[in-house]
Ligand binder design. Structure first.
Ligand code: BG6
Length: 508
């Protein structure tokens, strides 16, 4: 295995504070994503001086707002959702950068109006014609909005000497392989792949991003990061929340589309990838794509035995009663949508041959906790591990994605004293300061033009290819998903699945 080289032309290697000027146009600028995530993230970037000096934000949507009202909307979002509270002097610096342009996504006149507004802002803020179009909109509008921008002459091809145009697209990219490839095709009619930034916000999480650093900037992990030393890997993304207010989306999507196809598979790629040739976006994304391409396709037997779904029934979360999924507002009373999914998969390459990866995710589990657990193989059954009735606990490395980000290494140690008794101890590492929100990292990367943490078209489609047989099997099944009580760790079937391999899910 070769080591990674630092790509000196890569944006991460440049002076972080050297940014080209630009305008970020948020389609759906007065919507929920903007309010909760995007504007608070931009505010935090502004506090950290991680924005171009010549910079503007333009909310674009149908609400009847002026700049002043948009600033009030933004401030309310920051007050409620920002990781750092409003500081008046920071707000005074940030607020004048916020603007609003009213428009309808389907009306040609709105795009003309947008164009004029952008030209005026370019003049006023000296933003040099560089634009980021952030599509915080339902996927059904992607084509319409792209076509509107093209017709108004607002998309410039990527070429040296021209101002840049970038587009940011949110997940879900499609609901199966065919629809994903259709959306990607629509984008490709208007943008070059180098201009498209497909967000999977898990890739912007500090601990997920740190996986590459952990593996390739330390000499102690990589030599043992193989099937010779690793017994198995568990990835858990647990949520205590239920479906919330997103019933209309979720009751068609379910946990497999919503979480496994994107967040869990992307995390898996970060754990399993070979060292890329450089830290540049294409090398990293090529290496991750190889992982997806090495996933063993799921056959009928896998679908029967190694893939489990579940739906939450009523129960208690931290002592508080929670409704059954089918009783949630706007959920079909006979919905077969899964709110929990678990599976075992194999990566058929040299490094990982014979190492099972167990993935699970669900809503209304006992707590919010996302974690990767690397279980190492046991030491030989000799010396301290000679007693068959008391085998030593194998070493384990857990990487906590959230909350309480950090890592724990579990090792055996002698209990101090005259006797030789062993116990498992935990060496832990916590971040002491609050880490940036995923959207801060990702927006910053869009502004500097670094695509490393964004999903390329082939990656998205390969991930859909892997889950497609499960979607087909569940979609055709007349059987209801197994039920689990809200506040439990999922259906019994999930415990039985991993038990069939002689293992158990880690208790979080
Ligand atoms: C989103 C899903 O992508 O991720 C949601 O659509 C889920 O259903 C969310 O709740 C989880 O993100 P996080 O960052 O809270 O773990």
């Amino acid at each position: 295995m070769s080591g990674a080289k630092l790509d000196l032309n890569h944006p991460n290697s440049r002076d972080k504070h050297h940014y080209d000027p630009c305008i970020v146009v948020i389609f759906g600028g007065a919507g929920d994503l903007s309010h909760r995530k995007l504007i608070p993230a931009l505010y935090n970037l502004s506090i950290d001086d991680d924005l171009p000096e010549r910079f503007a934000i333009l909310g674009f949507s149908m609400e009847d707002l002026g700049d002043q009202q948009y600033r009030e909307f933004a401030r309310a979002g920051i007050e409620k959702f920002s990781r750092r509270a409003i500081a008046e002097e920071q707000w005074a610096k940030f607020a004048p950068r916020l603007h609003f342009c009213r428009g309808t996504f389907t009306a040609a006149a709105s795009y003309q109006n947008l164009r004029e507004r952008l030209e005026a802002l370019d003049e006023e803020c000296k933003t040099a014609g560089n634009r980021v179009f952030y599509f915080a909109i339902p996927p059904a509008f992607i084509d319409t909005c792209s076509a509107g921008l093209t017709a108004a002459g607002l998309i410039k091809p990527p070429a040296a000497g021209l101002p840049y145009t970038r587009v940011v697209v949110e997940k879900p990219i499609g609901s199966d392989f065919d629809s994903a490839s259709e959306i990607n095709g629509q984008l490709a009619r208007h943008f070059d792949e180098r201009q498209i930034f497909r967000i999977d916000h898990y890739l912007g999480k500090e601990t997920v991003e740190n996986l590459m650093v952990l593996r390739f900037a330390n000499s102690i992990f990589e030599p043992i990061w193989t099937s010779r030393f690793i017994d198995h890997v568990q990835i858990t993304v647990a949520e205590a929340e239920g479906v919330g207010t997103r019933a209309s989306y979720y009751d068609h999507a379910g946990a497999l589309r919503d979480m496994v196809q994107s967040h869990l598979l992307q995390t898996l790629c970060m754990i399993a990838t070979e060292p890329p040739n450089t830290t540049g976006a294409e090398s990293v994304r090529d290496a991750k794509l190889d992982v997806l391409r090495s996933l063993r396709p799921l056959g009928d037997e896998d679908l029967d035995k190694w893939v489990v779904r579940g739906q939450y029934a009523e129960g208690l979360i931290g002592g508080v009663p929670a409704k059954a999924y089918r009783d949630e507002e706007a959920i079909a009373p006979d919905s077969k949508i899964e709110t929990f999914a678990a599976l075992r998969c194999w990566i058929d390459n040299w490094r990982w041959a014979g190492v099972p990866f167990y993935l699970r995710t669900g809503k209304r589990l006992p707590k919010r906790a996302s974690e990767i657990a690397i279980y190492f193989k046991s030491v030989p059954r000799i010396l301290y591990n000679a007693n068959p009735r008391a085998p030593l606990a194998p070493n384990m490395l857990t990487i906590r994605i959230q909350p309480d980000e950090g890592l724990d290494l579990y090792i055996m140690s002698k209990v101090p004293g005259s006797q030789t008794r062993l116990q498992q101890v935990k060496v832990d590492f916590h971040y002491v300061t609050s880490t940036p929100e995923a959207y801060e990292t990702l927006l910053n990367d869009v502004i500097i033009g670094d695509q490393t943490l964004f999903m390329r078209r082939d990656t998205v489609e390969e991930a859909w290819k892997f889950v497609q047989p499960i979607l087909d099997a569940w979609g055709e099944s007349p059987i209801d998903p197994p039920i689990y009580a809200a506040g439990s760790w999922g259906p019994l079937e999930a415990a039985l699945m991993i038990a069939a391999d002689g293992r158990t899910w880690r208790t979080l």
